[in-house]
Design a protein around this ligand. Structure first.
Ligand SMILES: [Zn+2]
Length: 320
């Protein structure tokens, strides 16, 4: 595989020099002051946000909220940022499985170059997925996008398989089994959203929720919070998910709903680092029109493939 850094280093995250992580206090809180020190960032407050910044990167954390932004891209935390002593703190799980993997990807990704990427166009056959008012079917739109992502990746000498390449029904559990049997190194499921509220819009990328924590999807919480197979790759999942979301925002210019967490079956049972991307809302008139447009599908496919290639670049850098 010949991948030039200039072509592939799309993510705006600039890697920090590889210094060992100072030991954390036993407390399960990590203060924002500690994080600012660790990344050599200055810290200030702007409205409800604590803004930490150095020459290359910016981390913004909204106080008493689960929302944070890294270089302008929204990242949902598992727990809200809370007051701690005279400052603010996030939970250790959010630092170790969210912020730090994104900031120092090279320290968190597996060092084996991904040889096979499994793309998973959502739904199919009797399962249409979301259906727009003008009868645009999610199952068909995402198949079209997945085939375009495949073409982009293959042009960069990345081997790609699809869980389905036609309009056929595949049960959810079978999708992760297909990836496992093929020996996939990355798994990316591609979907389009639907909501009762037609004003809902934008793109979002999900990765597996950390064990014991709450998800950040709009279907509510509840259910089994025990670890799944996909939790083995928590940190790498965050690297992949952030790379896809930031590249997709850059190409699509749609509103950023953030890197979120959910225990979707395909993420819970993923045999390798995985993410699930929602490319827009079929129930929103503007995005419905975009999903019909081959140019938008191509733009979305370029964003997703750039995100995957960005992850591969991090792996190749981690090996050096
Ligand atoms: Zn779907």
């Amino acid at each position: 595989m010949h991948l030039t850094t200039r072509q592939l280093f799309i993510s705006q995250v600039v890697l920090l020099a590889g210094s060992a992580l100072p030991a954390l206090a036993a407390s399960e809180n990590v203060s924002l002051a500690y994080i600012a020190r660790l990344y050599s960032m200055g810290s200030s407050t702007s409205g409800k946000k604590v803004v930490m910044k150095n020459k290359w990167n910016t981390i913004e954390v909204e106080t008493n909220s689960r929302r944070a932004w890294i270089n302008g891209i929204m990242v949902w935390l598992h727990h809200p940022c809370r007051k701690s002593g005279s400052g603010w703190a996030i939970r250790e799980v959010d630092f170790k499985k969210g912020i730090d993997p994104i900031m120092r990807a090279y320290a968190h990704v597996p060092t084996r170059t991904p040889r096979l990427v499994m793309l998973d166009p959502g739904h199919g056959g009797k399962d249409a997925g979301a259906v727009s008012p003008r009868k645009v079917y999610e199952k068909l739109a995402v198949l079209s996008i997945a085939k375009r992502v495949k073409a982009h990746l293959e042009a960069k000498q990345v081997t790609v398989q699809l869980t389905r390449s036609s309009d056929t029904f595949i049960p959810l559990r079978q999708r992760s089994e297909i990836a496992a049997k093929a020996g996939a190194d990355l798994f990316v499921s591609i979907h389009a959203d639907g909501a009762d509220d037609s004003s809902a819009n934008g793109v979002e990328t999900f990765v597996m929720t950390a064990a014991g924590c709450d998800s950040s999807n709009h279907y509510g919480q509840g259910g089994d919070k025990s670890p799944g197979r996909g939790n083995q790759y928590d940190a790498a999942n965050a690297v992949l998910g952030f790379s896809i979301q930031s590249n997709l925002i850059k190409t699509s210019k749609r509103s950023d709903r953030g890197l979120r967490r959910a225990r979707f079956s395909v993420l819970k049972h993923a045999p390798c680092p995985g993410a699930l991307v929602e490319c827009g809302f079929l129930t929103n008139p503007e995005e419905e029109a975009l999903m019909i447009d081959a140019n938008y599908r191509e733009t979305v496919a370029r964003g997703i493939s750039n995100g995957i290639l960005g992850y591969i670049t991090f792996v190749n850098r981690a090996r050096k």
